[in-house]
Design a protein around this ligand. Sequence first.
Ligand SMILES: Cc1ncc(COP(=O)(O)O)c(C=O)c1O
Length: 394
Amino acid sequence: MSHHLIPTYAQLPVTFRKGEGVWLWDTDNKKYLDALSGIAVCSLGHCHPKVTAAIQQQASTLVHTSNLYHIEAQEKLSDDLIRLSKMHSVFFCNSGTEANEAAIKIARLYGTQKKLKSPKIIVMENSFHGRTFGAMSATGNKKIQQGFEPLVEGFICVKYNDVNAIQQIIEQHDDVVAILVEPVQGEGGVNIPADDYLTALRQICDEHQLLLMLDEIQTGMARTGKMFAHQHNEITPDVMTLAKALGNGFPIGACIVANKASDVFSPGKHGTTFGGNPLACCVAQTVIEIMETENLAKNALTMGQTINDTLSKKLHGIDIVQNIRNKGLMIGIELSSNCQPLVQNALAKGLLINVTAEKVIRLLPPLTLTKANSDQIIDILVDIITQQNKQISL
Ligand SMILES: Cc1ncc(COP(=O)(O)O)c(C=O)c1O
């Protein structure tokens, strides 16, 4: 362990040496089933041969030029994203937080163009949008913001999955310009809103000329059973942000615009040195091609349902289990108390999971998951949750 790293993460005592598909091997050659995918990143599994080949091929051809010039791979990737999202155009960057910064700047500029002095963006309690100042200020979690005040102004935080709360804010303020929301809250505890929530937000935004800005950084790229989670509602957002699985581990983010957000940015209003370089865009194009040809959205839908159904049956009657929920392969198992220690228990048994919002076991396995993989995840989870239940009731 090095003492030369700034300790921004409380790391688990394991170092991985190699990965293949859903599997990782540590430095002692112990094998683990990765049910977290680097937090919804390696959706095609580790070291997918076609992604590796794309990296190798593009790295030996052209890695970086500059956004001062046309970039063929960037143009092709934007064609793919627009074909899939039916939106208008794309700005590429390197991470989720950067994609959200772009979205926030678009909302501000949209407000300025409407001659508003202090444009406001409605955001949600328990949301997560990233760690830069804009994205952190938009995040509805005091723990993440604490100590960094003054935050960026202009965000109004309301309860998630509460349409009335949004309507009230709009009645009280005449300078709201946008709603920024995750279709399913990931970091906040795998919170799945009512089926018609996004449709209602779309209607409100249309009525009041607001931008509907969807943070699909965790929910996007087939994770929930559609290429983008909002497609379950058959709506189109004005702004959508992507990152994570778009590069399967190669850093890339995207801010996609449509409708009234389409013409907000003009030359000089935003920029990036690395964003959208030939290597990143070539990798992302390959990721999309694999997701489409292997119909991974469909696999996410079926495997997610299988895991939920089987876990619900096997954990039935276990006192500490409060709720099991999923949208595709975004799965939350909510327990009655803090379940952080279960991460170590799972690790010991060769399974990588995560706990979020203290009480929610979160699973974000690769979308290539097989039935045999899911059986293994279920067996280990049932074992450690049952053990935990016994200990608590002693
Ligand atoms: C919904 C959501 N938005 C934004 C981010 C920030 O993305 P990044 O860590 O790539 O900056 C995350 C990361 O977990 C996320 O889940």
